[in-house]
Structure formats: structure tokens, C-alpha cells
Design a protein around this ligand. Structure first.
Ligand code: FES
Ligand code: FES
Length: 194
């Protein structure tokens, strides 16, 4: 006699996620959403749950570099993917004169330009903003509003968020230019000695 299959929900499937650069081998029930695995199994509670119905964007993370609402993705669908959460955004960032300690320039811009009040929407806003900045380093206001149209904020009225994202993208461009100049100078001095 063959054993009856376990009731739905008790079956677990093995998955592998690389979250903020760190590999995790997990066993998850097929019904569980990525946001719940991040928050409950990996203790990454920076990613928020505002609605659980794909409307607020508070749960936005990056899946292989693109912003997704993690309450709409089954954890098993993310098997083998690289996931970045708000906790990984500033990992390894240097302390610099223009930055809050350990903040990414986009996060620092939200602080400087008052892009948050209660802060509940902010992790999702920052992840959506970083996705936009990667695709469009100098985004227009229309592009910014389009990029965050799936992210709700109950506090700010959005204008300060748009200003924050413009400033954050500008800071990222400046940082990239400084890094290129530094790399060029290092190359020049390495090749210049005779
Ligand atoms: Fe995912 Fe609201 S919790 S969109
Ligand atoms: Fe409160 Fe956006 S800062 S919801």
C-alpha cells in the first residue's frame, strides 16, 4: 500500500536563494511567498508588508537586479535567483563626507530631501528607485513618477520622494564618475613609470 500524499501545505521543496550576496539553502512550502521567507526565515524585516495584495509596493526587492513585489512571487519561483533587499543596499559602503555612515547615496538622498516620514514605504521606494537608476541614470521627473507608480506612500505627498530620487540618482552618477577617474588615475600611474 502506498502512503497517502501529505496534506497540501506540509510538503516542502528545496530552494536556493542568494540573498544580498549570501547563499541560503532552504526548504519551503510551495504556497509561501518570497516576502514571508525573507522576513520570517531569514529575519530580513526591512522588506515590509503593507497590503499583501500587490498594491502598495512596500515589499519591493530586486530579483536578479529587477524590482519585483515580493508578495507576488512564490519563494519556489525565486529558486536559483539573486535577491537583494534593503539590508543589502548599503552593505560594505564606505563612510564618506557626503554620506550618512553606511548609507547608499540613494538612501542618503531620501534623508536629506525629506523623502520619508513614517518610513514604512521607504525600503520599497528605495528599491524601486535603484532599479530605475540602473536603467536610467539621469531620470526625468516623469520617469521617476512612472517607476514608483506601484509604490504607495500615505505620508509625503510624493513630491519629496521624487526630489529624493532625482538627488540620489545624481549622487550615484557623481560617485560613478569619481570611481572612473580614480581607476583612470591608478591605471595612468601604473603605466606611467619608466
Ligand atoms: Fe506587496 Fe503591498 S505588500 S504590494
Ligand atoms: Fe509613511 Fe511613505 S513615509 S508611508
Amino acid at each position: 500500500m502506498t502512503a497517502a500524499p501529505p496534506p497540501d501545505g506540509s510538503r516542502r521543496l528545496p530552494i536556493r536563494l542568494v540573498v544580498n550576496g549570501q547563499r541560503h539553502d532552504l526548504e519551503v512550502e510551495p504556497r509561501r511567498m518570497l516576502v514571508d521567507v525573507l522576513r520570517e526565515d531569514l529575519d530580513l524585516t526591512g522588506t515590509k508588508v503593507g497590503c499583501d495584495t500587490s498594491q502598495c509596493g512596500a515589499c519591493t526587492v530586486h530579483l536578479d537586479g529587477r524590482a519585483v513585489k515580493s508578495c507576488t512571487v512564490l519563494a519556489v519561483q525565486a529558486d536559483g535567483f539573486a535577491v537583494e533587499t534593503i539590508e543589502g543596499v548599503a552593505a560594505g559602503r564606505p563612510w564618506g563626507p557626503a554620506l550618512e555612515p553606511g548609507l547608499h547615496p540613494m538612501q542618503a538622498a531620501f534623508v536629506e530631501h525629506h523623502g520619508l516620514q513614517c518610513g514604512f514605504c521607504t525600503p520599497g521606494m528605495v528599491m524601486a528607485a535603484l532599479d530605475l537608476a540602473a536603467r536610467s541614470p539621469d531620470p526625468t521627473e516623469d520617469e521617476i513618477r512612472e517607476a514608483i507608480h506601484g509604490n504607495l506612500c500615505r505620508c509625503t505627498g510624493y513630491q519629496s520622494i521624487v526630489a529624493s530620487i532625482r538627488a540620489g540618482a545624481a549622487a550615484m552618477r557623481a560617485e560613478a564618475a569619481a570611481m572612473r577617474a580614480e581607476a583612470g588615475a591608478a591605471q595612468g600611474s601604473a603605466g606611467g613609470g619608466a
